[in-house]
Design a protein around this ligand. Structure first.
Ligand SMILES: [Zn+2]
Length: 479
């Protein structure tokens, strides 16, 4: 199938220019003006619109079994919602139970994801350690296209990685040319604060942010960054939610360390007052970790994104419905953690970022697509509009408005953390792998059309790190 996207302004991370985009099969064939268009070409009108690389959400949890239940969005409904919002690729997580083989877990998740409507890939979590984990990490990188490993520093007595696991897994990641990533929260502190709050009679969702104050996140971010520095490994900190954790990243980057930060659309615009809502269901619907923070923290996160110390925007899309959240009716520690956003991320970023003068359209592309593609070594297959890249595109109407709501969302969740927010700038069309999957509000996602993305190891930063290390190698004293 050949598709021509005509009359728009093509935006890449480095520049924007007027031009048409011709796609053939699942690839971009040509970008320019006065293109020779074969007969039978489907023409998509991009007049008055921006044409941008499809979004990449590097942090989602579709169908996640967690806290005794399973996330409401499966790989079909979740990726379909993404397509409606202009996001054409996700990187989800394989999370093995402690003692479960990484390969078994990986195969299980691959099976669940076969019904995806958009392209997908997996970070694999390291939740325990022995020789088989060491070996499986190698197999995943060398044979299955995994190039990033996740470490939860929170969730004590469940999936928490202690310092021994962090050190061993970071070292192994470095050998393999894979990026270690961390969920930075001190699990010991969280566990103790939760017990103290419950003992004080604070049992509702308001206890959730109190059990995870900013310093809990900052301590873990600083610790993970320090371990990565000593080992000479790059590190990616997921869902940075507060100024204190951002400062840890900013300081390390100022020292020349390769540290990368991710921020969630939710953390940029939703604040902590949600947890004090007198309605349990609404308050509980906001329970995720790290929690939503104060408005001062939001302002700092925006500055981090503008200043280049935060690199990617994600959602941590992990939806649980009211009846699932009700498991924690009398104990906030039992409320399944997670919120949605995969459909709304780009519109929220455009409206609060570009319309507010915080981001240029090119910077928007950088933080919604290009940086994720580069850090996780999918570039230039993803994250750019140029011949040879995947035909993943969003035609963005900067003047169209929409009120975000659970009533119009495509997610199966029964809640929307952006409820009532009016945004200007929304997708008009989405093209995924050369297929016109979202047309003027009509979603034509099909199960099983998404493809598993193999991500090669040794993204370019590994070569730089290796050279640096070589030139600063310690020497013995000849005596
Ligand atoms: Zn997550």
């Amino acid at each position: 199938m050949t598709v021509l996207i005509r009359g728009g302004t093509v935006v890449n991370a480095d520049a924007e220019h007027r031009g048409d985009v011709l796609c053939q099969g699942d690839k971009i064939l040509q970008v320019g003006t006065d293109l020779q268009v074969p007969a039978g070409t489907e023409v998509i009108d991009a007049g008055g619109a921006y044409v941008m690389p499809g979004g990449i959400d590097p942090h989602t949890h579709m169908q996640l079994p967690f806290m005794g239940t399973v996330a409401a969005d499966d790989f079909f409904s979740g990726t379909a919602a993404g397509l409606a919002g202009g996001t054409t690729s996700i990187i989800d997580f394989v999370i093995p139970d402690p003692q479960q083989s990484l390969m078994d877990a990986f195969r299980m998740w691959r099976g669940w994801a076969e019904k995806s409507a958009g392209d997908y890939s997996f970070h694999v979590a390291v939740t325990w350690w022995n020789d088989s984990v060491h070996k499986d990490m190698g197999t995943l990188v060398q044979e299955h296209g995994v190039n990033s490993f996740k470490h939860f520093m929170a969730y004590k007595n469940a999936i928490m990685a202690d310092d021994e696991i962090l050190v061993k897994s970071f070292q192994r990641s470095l050998e393999l040319g894979a990026m270690p990533t961390v969920h930075a929260e001190n699990g010991e502190l969280v566990a103790m604060l939760q017990q103290q709050l419950l003992a004080q009679g604070i049992r509702g969702p308001e206890g959730h942010p109190l059990s995870r104050p900013p310093m809990v996140e900052a301590e873990a971010a600083n610790r993970a960054i320090a371990i990565a520095d000593v080992l000479g490994v790059p590190i990616y900190v997921v869902h940075v939610s507060c100024g204190e954790a951002l400062e840890a990243i900013t300081r390390a980057r100022a020292r020349g360390q390769r540290v990368y930060g991710e921020v969630l659309a939710g953390h940029l615009v939703v604040d902590e007052s949600a947890y004090r809502d007198p309605d349990f269901a609404r308050a509980a619907a906001h329970v995720m970790s790290p929690p939503f923070r104060s408005r001062e923290n939001q302002a700092m996160l925006w500055r981090g994104l503008q200043g280049g110390n935060l690199h990617t925007t994600a959602t941590d899309h992990c939806t649980f419905c009211a009846e699932q959240k009700a498991a924690g009716r009398n104990d906030f520690t039992k409320i399944p953690n997670g919120c949605g956003g995969v459909e709304e991320r780009m519109a929220v970023l455009w409206d609060a970022g570009v319309n507010a003068g915080r981001l240029t359209p090119s910077e928007f592309v950088r933080v919604t697509s290009t940086n994720a593609a580069q850090l996780f070594n999918l570039y230039p297959r993803k994250g750019v509009i140029q011949p040879g890249a995947d035909a993943d595109l969003v035609v963005w109407d900067p003047k169209a408005t929409k009120t975000l709501s659970v009533k119009t969302q495509h997610s199966k969740s029964d809640f929307n953390i952006f409820e009532g927010r009016e945004v200007t700038g929304v997708p008009r069309h989405t093209v995924s792998a050369g297929r016109w999957v979202y047309r003027d509000g009509d979603l034509r996602a099909e199960p099983g059309t998404g493809r598993y993305l193999k991500r090669p190891a040794f993204a370019p930063m590994f070569t730089a790190l290796e050279r640096f290390k070589h030139q600063h190698a310690p020497t013995a004293v000849a005596r």
